[in-house]
Structure formats: structure tokens, C-alpha cells
Design a protein around this ligand. Structure first.
Ligand SMILES: CCCCCCCCCCCCCCCC(=O)SCCNC(=O)CCNC(=O)[C@H](O)C(C)(C)COP(=O)(O)O
Ligand SMILES: Nc1ncnc2c1ncn2[C@@H]1O[C@H](COP(=O)(O)O)[C@@H](OP(=O)(O)O)[C@H]1O
Length: 319
């Protein structure tokens, strides 16, 4: 039997994302530093080009540490952001009582096993969308494909190929079909609509962790979970049950630190989203990244509340 529905975050919490983007974009327009950086471009100031940061060589003369592409948080947090999300997500499933199979009754085990499977399924769904959008979609990722479909190309690299007169330029050009290969070849990825991968990934990862953490946290705070931990404490005070006591103590530490890890990733993710909103991309590119991420969140976390058949498959965190 599954537990009764618990308070889950209202979809209204998702408003935090447009608010962050709005504040960041407004700051980028109002702040003399941000405007000064942008106006130093040889490109027209408006509309801000998709490859603005690349064109401005921001990392070479940063107006602000967070405007540098090589800032430590970008390199070791956002650029491997899905790994951070995965570790934080896994820590919830491993250490939160909502999922913990040890010292649980048979019925609790069944509920928790189902919850764990559904949590894994939600992670798989989100990972598949992330992967198709940013890494691979039967070749270049969807973000790269949409950029090219809207007229974007690898500008300088194309010129170089033409100037040097390479024997088979078409072969060269085929390798310029992603932003990464284009930039690696010294080209400029410009001309089309470049959905912000950072906005997409940061919104999806932080929203997902928020929904999961609130769901798991609600179970830990519910009366039935409290009764369980009381039971564990009684066993722990029993000298014949010392090993059970160790498990209870371990899970207490794990539970606390998994939540700290999750909220640490979420808060840093929100901060980096704010930085992206200030220093990178056009308004439209930020909003399109946001729209794709929120649509994914809607399907995985909001739709199951309205569609029982879908809820039976993907579940609701903590239910
Ligand atoms: C039709 C069938 C499709 C099947 C698809 C299945 C997908 C399965 C994928 C399995 C992958 C497992 C992932 C495991 C988790 C990881 O840890 S991946 C390794 C860490 N890598 C990252 O976190 C990369 C994150 N970075 C990005 O996504 C991008 O850099 C960016 C932040 C979006 C920015 O992109 P830029 O190009 O720098 O602008
Ligand atoms: N918050 C941030 N901090 C540093 N660099 C950022 C950033 N947000 C976006 N960028 C950089 O801006 C470019 C476009 O990002 P995206 O399309 O993913 O939103 C990427 O450059 P590189 O691809 O040259 O690293 C990315 O690293």
C-alpha cells in the first residue's frame, strides 16, 4: 500500500526560474559593468549575438570573475553538471528513509522498492532529455541541430576552409556540426538561434533535485517515518542490538549529508543560472532554454498529479 499523498512543491515554485532569468537579464541591461563589457564587442550591441561570450573573448578580459567561461564553478560544476545531479540524486535514494530498505518491514520494503524504481525511472527520463538536447541526437544534439536549422553556422571555420582551399572541404564541414567541434576548430558558432544549454541544464537539474528532495524530506518528517525511527532508537538502546544501532546512526548522518549535498547543488545551480542570465546569451535564447527545461519538469513531476495512469508509472517523489 502506498502512503497517502504528501505535500509536494506547488508548481508555483517553478516561478523562481523566470524570476532569476528576468533579474539577471535586467541586471545585464542596467549594470554599467555588464553593459560596458558587451559594448566592447565589435558586434552590434543589440540584438546580442548568440556567441556573444565567444566573440567578446570574455575569458581573456573579464569584467567580472563569473563572466569568464573558465571560472572554476563553470569548469568543475556546470560543465559536469549532470554528474553532480546524478551523485546528489543517488545520495537521496541511498540515504533517505523514503527509500532505505534496511530495518524496514516487508510492507515498507515493497513501498520503498517501488519508490526507488520510480525515482530511477524519473532520472532516466530526465537524463534522456538532457542527453538528446545537449549531447547526441542521432548525430549532433538537438540544441546544435536547432541552431543550424535556424540559419546558424560555424562562421570563421567556413572562411578558413574556403581560404586555405582544402581538397575536400565538405569532409571538414561535416565535422563542424556541433558547437564544440566548431569552437575547437577556432570557428565562431553564429547566425542562428542558440538555445542556452546552460539555462536548460541548470533549470532541469535544480528543479528535479528540488522536487525529489522535498518529496523525500516529507517522508522523513511524516509521523509514520518518525515511528520507524523511534523503533530504531529502541533497538539501538538494546545492548543485544548494537549492529542495528550502527545502521540507524549511519543513516542519520547519510540522511543529513545527502540533503546538504542536494541543497548545495541546487543553490549553486541557481547562482550559476543567475550568472548565465547576466553574462551570456540573448533574452530569447535564455527563455527557450527555460521553456524546454520546464516542459520536461512538467511531464515528469506535474503531469503525474493529474494523470493517474502516468502517476502509476513514474510516481511522485515520496509517495
Ligand atoms: C532514442 C534513444 C536515446 C537514448 C538516450 C539514452 C541516454 C542515456 C545516456 C546515458 C548517460 C549517462 C549519464 C550519466 C551521468 C553523467 O555523469 S554524464 C558525465 C558528466 N557530464 C556532464 O555532466 C556534462 C554536462 N554538461 C553539459 O550538458 C553541457 O556542457 C552544457 C552545460 C549543457 C553546456 O554545453 P556547452 O556546449 O558547453 O554550451
Ligand atoms: N554561468 C556561466 N559561467 C561561465 N560560462 C558560461 C556560463 N553560462 C554560459 N557560459 C558559456 O557560454 C557559452 C554558451 O553556453 P550555453 O550555450 O551552454 O548556455 C559556453 O561557452 P563554451 O561552449 O565556449 O564553453 C559556456 O561555457
Amino acid at each position: 500500500m502506498s502512503s497517502p499523498a504528501r505535500p509536494a512543491p506547488s508548481p508555483v515554485v517553478l516561478l523562481v526560474y523566470p524570476v532569476i532569468l528576468l533579474l539577471g537579464s535586467l541586471f545585464s541591461v542596467i549594470s554599467p559593468t555588464a553593459r560596458g563589457t558587451r559594448s566592447s564587442s565589435s558586434e552590434p550591441a543589440a540584438p546580442i549575438a548568440p556567441s556573444l561570450a565567444a566573440d567578446l573573448h570574455i575569458s581573456e578580459s573579464p569584467a567580472n570573475y563569473f563572466a569568464r567561461k573558465d571560472n572554476i564553478f563553470n569548469l568543475y560544476f556546470v560543465k559536469i553538471g549532470w554528474l553532480w545531479l546524478t551523485v546528489a540524486f543517488a545520495s537521496l535514494v541511498l540515504f533517505q528513509p523514503a527509500y532505505n530498505l534496511s530495518s524496514a518491514s516487508q510492507t515498507q520494503r515493497e513501498v520503498r522498492f517501488r519508490r526507488s524504481l520510480q525515482a530511477f525511472l524519473r532520472w532516466c527520463l530526465a537524463t534522456t532529455v538532457w542527453y538528446l538536447m545537449t549531447q547526441w541526437f542521432f548525430g549532433p544534439a538537438i540544441i546544435d541541430r536547432s541552431f543550424m536549422i535556424t540559419g546558424g553556422k560555424c562562421a570563421q571555420a567556413l572562411n578558413q576552409v574556403a581560404e586555405v582551399g582544402l581538397q575536400s572541404p565538405s569532409v571538414q564541414l561535416e565535422t563542424m556540426f556541433t558547437a564544440a567541434t566548431c569552437k575547437a576548430a577556432g570557428g565562431a558558432w553564429r547566425g542562428g538561434h542558440d538555445i542556452s544549454g546552460h539555462v536548460f541544464m541548470l533549470v532541469l537539474a535544480t528543479a528535479l533535485l528540488t522536487f525529489e528532495a522535498v518529496g523525500a524530506g516529507a517522508v522523513a518528517a511524516s509521523p509514520s517515518a518518525a515511528r520507524e525511527s523511534e523503533g530504531r532508537e529502541r533497538k539501538a538502546s538494546d545492548p543485544n542490538a548494537s549492529s542495528t544501532g550502527d545502521v540507524a546512526a549511519d543513516s542519520g548522518v547519510g540522511r543529513t549529508w545527502s540533503m546538504r549535498l542536494v541543497w548545495g547543488v541546487v543553490i549553486l545551480g541557481w547562482w550559476m543560472l543567475f550568472m548565465t542570465a547576466i553574462w551570456f546569451h540573448t533574452w530569447l535564447e535564455k527563455w527557450s532554454g527555460l521553456a524546454v527545461a520546464l516542459s520536461t519538469v512538467y511531464v515528469i513531476y506535474i503531469l503525474p498529479r493529474k494523470l493517474p495512469a502516468w502517476k502509476d508509472i513514474v510516481g511522485i517523489p515520496g509517495v
